[in-house]
Design a protein around this ligand. Structure first.
Ligand code: ADP
Length: 645
């Protein structure tokens, strides 16, 4: 077994690999760019080496720097994670040439699967069904047009060197083909330095089904069943699950068998994924599932496979890289329960999914496991860290494993609804809504679902009435001398609800008149609050930057612009308290004075504004413990009026 490992990656995947390596007693070495100097993966590793400036092409993508870091620390092996250098055959070769262990497949296997056209040709030879289309050398536009016409529209043009959802064009009709081809070739040339394309029949009602495979250096290859990654936005996966809903045993055997043949055809060692596309217009059928491509690395969504099989795929990678045989035979692997992963991204959904970067001033996921439900939050950041613009904007992977699909969906929804994230915006509210989609709940998924339902999936950009009421409850609690800083406090500290405690406060007037004005950077909200019901997925917390409200996965920060107890019910006993900390600028009455309802008694200056406190009813000034110029804290008794008999 290898004794030391350098992880040539960052973020959640670096932390994920570190965790297993540590559990196996392997010494870990992290690498980091300028932007990641204080990153979690650096803090968690036994050693860390700085490899350059923030842009990945000057750090994480520079093979020589990674090799130098391995030499400097005496690391024996290199794990590339996913992305960056993980599917770079030259880098894999350089690692091996340097006498180090490469935790990944042979460089030739990576090459064989690197170009989409060569990979498909090889799969056809191995008897693996591939999407109908054209793979030819002849790249003349007239020939491509003729082939597209023969395939029948819609047709998908794909750059042979493409990846990450780039370099693809869907063409609806023969008349659009020439323009789409030219634009696809331009993008392919500039993104991949190779403008060759292939053509595929565009599959309608497409589902993305992929199979986890694993090979060892002793010639064994097994599969660890399928994952469904059909919930995508712009060809990027959003929610993944295992097993695939609606997959019957026969279809599973056919597709997993094809995946094993695909891996064997390229002499595969280590963890790999065979991606298929299924025409799901009539459910999943073995004769309507075709090979799309192979990813020769550990996949982002590997945790869902771990949850249903009980296998630690990183542990298997490290064992196989050390020369050990696969820990289990095919007949020792089985599916247990259900698992799902949601990708929590730093993005502003309402602003068209614009990446959102900056300090993660507030970041928490309030979750707890119930029953047999397992929850994994895979992340590379903590509250206080920064989401930098240099890398993938994924904040965390929210992973749930449970006994069945409905339980899994329910648990994952609860987690998404409880994400608190500010001022960086995240997609948790969107994820929660997506999980609640009826089609998804029935397992009727396809890659177009998100785009079709998008308008319904975008969370509101303003807090709900209930959220405003909840903030108001904390504002009022504090103004009335309470110590609540969160909605939880207001419920926990007071036996029944804050309202029972506030009842006296509301007793002598219309309860709907309490006026709290809240603002965010764009809106003002006048809240007339009423009794509110505790809501499990709504959370308010008083922070130094305002009232942080998190509602179904979407966070807001609100400020208290005004609290006016006199506009409301007044305390039955006529006690007027300072609604906020401030300075007494005027005392207009003396103890014992007769006052009439509405008469100004005391003026408080707070937050650069004057607040007049007026007599709630006709009566006498019974208590007046303050003097002009004095400083008062929130909730201080300023004056008490005794009602005239
Ligand atoms: P990349 O390598 O860029 O990720 P893929 O070939 O894996 O590209 O395809 C990415 C996504 O595009 C798939 O998950 C699927 O949603 C869609 N797609 C690919 N091929 C087809 C096709 N023939 N018909 C319909 N959709 C497709």
């Amino acid at each position: 077994m290898i004794q030391s490992l350098l992880i040539a990656n960052r973020g959640e995947i670096a932390c994920r690999i570190l965790r297993t390596a540590r559990a196996m007693g392997i010494r870990t070495v992290a690498v980091y760019s300028d932007a990641d100097a204080n990153a979690l993966h650096v803090r968690q590793a036994d050693e860390a080496v700085h490899i350059g400036p923030s842009p990945a092409r000057e750090s994480y993508l520079v093979g020589e720097k990674i090799l130098a870091a391995a030499r400097a620390t005496g690391a024996e092996a290199i794990h590339p994670g996913y992305g960056f250098l993980s599917e770079n055959a030259e880098f894999a070769e350089a690692v091996i040439a340097a006498g180090l262990v490469w935790v990944g497949p042979k460089p030739d296997s990576i090459r064989a699967m690197g170009l989409k056209d060569a990979a498909k040709a090889r799969m056809i030879a191995a008897g693996v069904p591939v999407t109908p289309g054209y793979l030819g050398e002849d790249q003349r536009p007239e020939r491509l047009q003729a082939e597209a016409d023969a395939i029948g529209y819609p047709v998908l043009i794909k750059a042979v060197a493409g990846g990450g959802g780039k370099g693809m064009r869907r063409v609806e009709s023969a008349a659009d083909f020439a323009d789409a081809l030219a634009s696809c070739k331009r993008e392919a040339a500039s993104s991949f330095g190779d403008d060759r394309v292939l053509l595929e029949k565009y599959i309608l009602s497409p589902r993305h089904i992929e199979v986890q495979v694993f090979g060892d250096t002793h010639g064994q290859v097994v599969h660890l069943f399928e994952r469904d990654c059909s919930l995508q936005r712009r060809h990027q996966k959003v929610i993944e699950e295992a097993p695939a809903p609606g997959m019957d045993a026969g279809t599973r055997e056919a597709i997993c068998g094809a995946a094993v043949r695909a891996a064997q055809a390229v002499d595969y060692v280590g963890a790999g994924t065979i991606e298929f596309i299924a025409d799901a217009s009539e459910g999943l059928r073995a004769d309507r599932i075709w090979f799309m491509e192979m990813n020769t690395r550990l996949q982002v969504e590997h945790p869902v496979t771990e949850e249903i099989t009980g296998v630690d795929l990183v542990e298997w990678q490290l064992r196989v890289a050390s020369g050990e045989p696969l820990p289990k035979r095919q007949d020792e692997l089985s599916i247990n329960g259900w698992a799902m992963e949601a990708r929590l991204y730093a993005e502003d959904v309402a602003a068209g999914f614009l990446p959102s970067t900056g300090p993660l001033k507030h970041f928490a996921i309030h979750h707890h496991s119930r029953g047999g439900t397992r929850i994994r939050i895979e992340t590379g950041v903590e509250k206080g860290d920064t989401i930098s613009p240099f890398y993938d904007p994924m904040i965390a992977k929210l992973v749930v494993g449970a006994e069945d699909r409905p339980t899994t969906i329910a648990a994952l929804t609860r987690i998404c609804e409880k994400v608190v994230c500010w001022p960086v915006r995240c997609n948790a509210g969107f994820l929660a809504k997506l999980l609640g989609e009826e089609q998804f709940q029935y397992g009727m998924v396809d890659t177009g679902l998100i785009a079709r339902e998008l308008t319904r999936l975008v969370p509101s950009t303003q807090p709900s009435e209930l959220a405003l009421q909840s903030v108001a409850s904390v504002v009022v609690d504090r103004a009335m001398g309470g110590t609540a800083t969160t909605t939880r406090d207001t419920y926990i500290q007071r036996p029944a609800s804050p309202w029972s405690w506030l009842r006296g406060f509301r007793a002598c007037s219309d309860p709907k008149q309490t006026n709290v004005r809240l603002t965010d950077s764009k809106h003002e909200y006048d809240v007339l609050f009423d009794e509110i019901m505790p809501n499990d997925s709504l959370y308010v917390s008083l922070e130094d930057d305002g009232y942080l409200v998190s509602e179904d996965g979407t966070s807001f920060v609100l400020h208290e612009a005004r609290f006016n107890p006199n506009a409301t019910g007044t305390p039955a006993d006529g006690a007027l308290l300072a609604p906020m900390p401030g300075r007494i600028t005027a005392v207009d009455v003396a103890p014992g004075a007769q006052v009439t309802k509405g008469q100004r008694l005391v003026t408080l200056e707070a937050m650069k504004m004057e607040h007049a406190l007026t007599a709630p009813f006709d009566g006498t000034v019974a208590e007046l413990p303050v003097t002009a110029g004095g400083q008062v804290t929130e909730g201080t008794l300023l004056v008490r009026v005794e009602k005239a008999a």
